[in-house]
Design a protein around this ligand. Structure first.
Ligand SMILES: Nc1ncnc2c1ncn2[C@@H]1O[C@H](COP(=O)(O)OP(=O)(O)OP(=O)(O)O)[C@@H](O)[C@H]1O
Ligand SMILES: [Mg+2]
Length: 252
């Protein structure tokens, strides 16, 4: 890796392999995967069911630390972090968005968005995070305005549509302004119009400088990302960029 690349790399995966403990012999969920994702990229991860997409995202996100190989996020080695360091890194450095939203139904929308404040480590490294934690409610309200849900702050998630729930989940993911958003089929439970609105929101976030990595089965989602990484049987079989023309075609 050159020095220039090293400065911009946010995710570096080297010779990553993973076998679940319940797997039969030679059934590798991931096998010798190497890739680099730079700051500011928007990347779609594609592949058939069982190809290893969620496994890869969970390892990058620090939700799974049982693997072979090296994974560095923001210059830090995942395998050298203990559980507490990984959990704080998840809280501060990564926003997660899942297909089924993962909101807490007994909390209001506002409290769901503020959840990362409750889970935050006692000492925050980043200056921006230190500012945010001083006024968590203000931050949550700003984010709800950002995703167009100011009028829903005091309702519970079961009163929201799927698209609205996903907007709340995105607002929560943005709470500490993490550099990286990891999304596992964020439009997978949404109808096509609502899904399109969510894709446009991710494109706006990408334009603001967020690095976005999203698993998807949908052509329009991977067209919205510039770069597509394709997995098959736990291996990267394709890693390419769409040209701007085809991207423009999708947006229009
Ligand atoms: N918790 C687990 N325990 C055992 N095996 C697992 C577990 N999770 C995934 N696997 C296996 O690892 C492989 C990769 O699974 P993974 O969930 O990463 O696929 P995926 O590409 O996300 O699929 P999908 O598109 O269906 O979500 C599959 O063979 C799967 O059966
Ligand atoms: Mg999956």
């Amino acid at each position: 890796m050159s020095d220039v690349q090293a400065k911009t790399a946010l995710i570096t995966v080297e010779k990553l392999s993973k076998k679940y403990s319940t797997a039969v012999q030679n059934e590798w969920a991931l096998s010798d995967v190497s890739l680099q994702i730079n700051r500011g990229e928007m990347v779609a991860i594609r592949g058939t069911s069982g190809s290893g997409k969620t496994t890869l995202l969970n390892i990058i996100g620090g939700l799974d630390h049982q693997f072979e190989g090296e994974v560095h996020i923001n210059g830090k080695s995942r395998s050298q972090q203990d559980e507490r360091a990984r959990s704080w890194a998840r809280n501060q450095e990564i926003g997660f968005v899942f297909q089924h939203f993962s909101l807490l139904d007994h909390l209001t929308v506002l409290d769901n968005v503020m959840l990362p404040a409750t889970l935050a480590p006692p000492k925050l490294e980043r200056k921006r995070a230190q500012e945010i934690i001083k006024e968590p409610q203000k931050r949550a309200l700003e984010l709800l305005a950002r995703v167009g849900l100011s009028d829903k702050s005091l309702v519970t998630p079961n009163e929201l549509s799927g698209g609205q729930k996903q907007r709340v989940a995105i607002a929560r993911a943005l709470f500490f302004e993490p550099p990286l958003l990891l999304c596992d089929e964020p439009t997978g439970s949404l109808d096509s119009k609502t899904g399109q609105q969510i894709i446009e929101l991710f494109q706006e976030l990408h334009a603001e400088g967020y690095t976005v990595v999203m698993i998807t089965h949908e052509d329009r989602v991977s067209l919205a990302a510039r770069r597509v990484i394709e997995l098959e049987d736990g291996k990267v079989i394709n890693d390419y960029h769409h040209d701007l023309e085809s991207k423009g075609g999708v947006q229009s």
